[in-house]
Design a protein around this ligand. Sequence first.
Ligand code: PEP
Ligand code: MG
Length: 573
Amino acid sequence: MREIRGIAASPGTASAPAFLFYEEEEPNVPSYLIEPGDIPAEWARFVAATGRAKEEVALLRDKALAEAGQEQAAIFEAHLLMLDDPEVIDRIRHDLDQTHRNTERLVLDLERDLVEKLSSIQDPYVQERISDVHDVSRRIMGHLLKKERFCLADISVDSILVARDLLPSDMISMNRAHIKAVVTEAGGRTSHAAILARAFQIPAVLGVGPDVASLHSGTILIVDGNRGLVISDPDQAALDRAAAAVTAQSEKDSELEMLRDLPASTVDGTQIQLKANIEIPDEMAAVLSHGPDGIGLFRSEFLFLGGHVPGEEEQFNAYRTVIEGMKGKPVTIRTLDIGGDKVLPELGAQDEKNPLLGWRAIRFCLSRTDIFKTQLRALLRAAVFGDTRIMFPMISTADELDRARGLLEEARSECRSRGHAVPARIPVGIMVEVPSAALSSDILARTADFFSIGTNDLIQYTMAVDRGNEKVSYLHEPFHPAVLRLIKLTIENAAIAGIPVGICGEMAADPAAAVLLAGMGMSELSMSCVAIPAVKRAIRSLSIVTAREIATTVMKMQSSGEVAAYLSARVRV
Ligand code: PEP
Ligand code: MG
């Protein structure tokens, strides 16, 4: 039994065998167990991969013969013999039947064995064959991985996914029915992998660092997402404790469920809107079961990260599903926020030196107006089905907002000329998530209909800390005085302009922070739906007068540690 610690990124406890999204010593080669019923399909996958490898090598042999000569062609002839070698084929078949491991892993094992054997023979000819073994093995592997590089959708046994890092697109495409928890080497609490794990209610411990290398595929793990703890090879007592934690959690959940239909009102009657953040329409059932006052943030880019780029009709249907699903409650849809860690090469996004400071979000959309206007038309058409608001991400200047509004008007005329109904007016707001927006929020408030503070990015850009980098995660601090001052300034400028201001960053999901934000004058908090009941309980436990007094005290504090200690003493969570 061994314990490793990481960042508690998504609550809950689970235990299952580890599925390594890479091979222990060989990054990019996954290692996992195959269900007995899926062995024939796995074998067929291997046969197909070797078939394609043979076709490729035969072409190379012909090319070598035509362009270089007999001797060079013989190299590839030898590769073809290896690919057809009955000993190789039988060994993979035997190992698959015996160990139930995926064939990438078996090919790698075979490669290592052969290399070890050949290395012990002191003959230059034999030594040269080592590179042939590598070459053939990599070729088969390449074909296995080409189809299966993102094989997370095909995981068919209950597993704990262990990875170096997970992209948002991995989280979207994985088979969530079988992934019981997630453990990664990289990542922080507000990385998109963490946000999605919480949305999908998958316990997660992220940012465990190099210790991830000590986890082996097939080993039983317990993941405690509340404490940021991973136990490998647990003894019976640890398994019993994990089972008890699952029971206790479900009892706590049913207690909180009783609050579902009650308003998030302070004891002296100030109501705070508690809304849900969503990524894909599939989350709607879970969202509705938590009784939100609306959707405060629909991260529309996740529709684009599932493997293909949706057209206007597909987007329209997705937005309409969510808007109609909320039955008249407000839905704020954020326009495409790609770039940074949400990479989408299909849309022409390029490798950048500093992707988080680069061609992201509204910056991308203002230069790819074809993609942007398609989305805006879909949004406008869907907006007639309920109370809809449009929000632009990562606005840093008033000019960006003006240009985005101009394109929205163009999209509106295009819809009309194509015979589609669109609302006469639609509220258009911005995310305040870069310091320049917060610092010039008085100017932006003149043209924005509402503000939503995105603290995940606001903290990232204020503290100059990559929110996905576990090595510096200690700096991603919502209670740092610099962050709190920017939030306060934004709230004050919104109040002067008479526009609503909310928050949709992860900070809102912390009950103590939620009380502080309410005390600072925030009227809307939007969060992953699972966080709503606990935040509601905290808001209902005190008066707005107390919350304001807490906020006044906090604003005078010198450090995030001081704020956290004070809040934990004052707020019942
Ligand atoms: C934020 O930055 O706080 C936010 C809500 O947006 P995202 O997490 O999608 O960047
Ligand atoms: Mg953001």
